[in-house]
Design a protein around this ligand. Sequence first.
Ligand code: PNW
Length: 478
Amino acid sequence: MPTPVLPKDFQWGFATASYQIEGAPEADGRGPSIWDTFCKIPGKIADGSSGAVACDSYNRTAEDIELLKSTGARAYRFSISWSRIIPIGGREDPINEKGIAFYKKFVDDLLAEGITPFVTLFHWDLPDGLDKRYGGLLNKEEFVKDYEHYARTLFAAMPKVKHWITFNEPWCSSILGYNTGLFAPGHTSDRSKSPVGDSTREAWIVGHNLLIAHGAAVKIYREEFKSKDGGEIGITLNGDATYPWDPNDPLDVEAAERKLEFSISWFADPIYFGRYPESMIKQLGDRLPTFTPEEVALVKDSNDFYGMNHYTANYVKHKTGTADPADFVGHLDMFFENKAGECIGPETQSVWLRPNPNGFYELLKWISKRYGGPKIFVTENGTSLKGENDLPREKILDDEFRVEYFRGYIGALADAVKDGVDVRGYLAWSLMDNFEWAEGYETRFGVTFVDYEGGQKRYPKKSAQTIGPIFEGFIKKE
Ligand code: PNW
């Protein structure tokens, strides 16, 4: 019998993102996003696909809500497609009332079923118009003002939303979008992959601009909306757990910590302390932007809660010599095996993901300690399965591996709460199989199978029915 340690009003449920599920890229006046554009470049998406149809969720909101109800979910995290709200994206461009009406109705429909919406303003699908007009996320002056306008428009339109997330995983937008070029808009120094980009500089500029835009939107929410609407706002950061490759080598111990700083503290230190981590300043020098006093005032203390996305763990070994100028991990190597030959976890369909629930426990403790015990919402956690897409449907529905993943990770969460970490909610990734970015549709993360060949029909997997009972065992009855 699990000990009930989670608060009575613990918000558990599922997460998705607009470009990954909605489809309908031209419906009701939506404009193109950088992902529509990126998917058209041959070779960028593993199966040559795009989000043009995806799960067709734009046309199936009622079905998706039924699906959520069937799992017993208390909460649902989804994101808003900026180019449905403002098709070209800018503060002087026309607003699309149909786009606003769509999300307003969706929120009303969720609330009518007692499901709490967690709304992400930006999950990577920047209006393409802004990228073309002024370089999108690279342009601090313009981007911050346009994001402020977009955010204010939504705060004003949707007062019933009480949990706002400014940005999903700014690390991914910065590093994968402007260093490796794996994600839209695909900038990188590698000229065989992109005609534009500087992997030694752009990602750090983009990260900085996203922090300023986050701070600016939070200021607007707090000054103009919070007192009347009573909601809260924060940012969602990704971060994998780390262990030293050789726990007896102090340089590996240090490198494991540095890896956390390069992924998590890059954003969380400015938000909680008003400055970048020393380890990053030391390695990146003047390639890391500096905060003006006005920017510090915007960014510091700008989280009402900490949104945590978490999937996996790595063993970390220090490197010697000087760091490659395009390095973004902190001058170290990552492994799935440590010096003693122990494996961190079983393979999945995602090359970067191996389940290791203890890493989740350790990282929850680390975040809580470093940032003074913030209120945490786990805004994503989940797994793909090696070879899942190649199985017949009835086998896919019996996803015991995913059930075990959730059992392990939710158990680790409960342990962390027992040990003092303040976790208030958990949104599993994902409600359904969807467009897995550069991996296309071959990698499935859903607790629901989506039949892409059969009219996007949804079939709940075993895991859809097991998360609820696991949580209900851990949640206090009063
Ligand atoms: C998250 N990596 O992204 C995103 O927020 C989701 O949209 C996505 O579908 C989910 O995780 C599963 O991948 C990540 O390569 C994508 O390390 C890639 C990485 C990490 C997070």
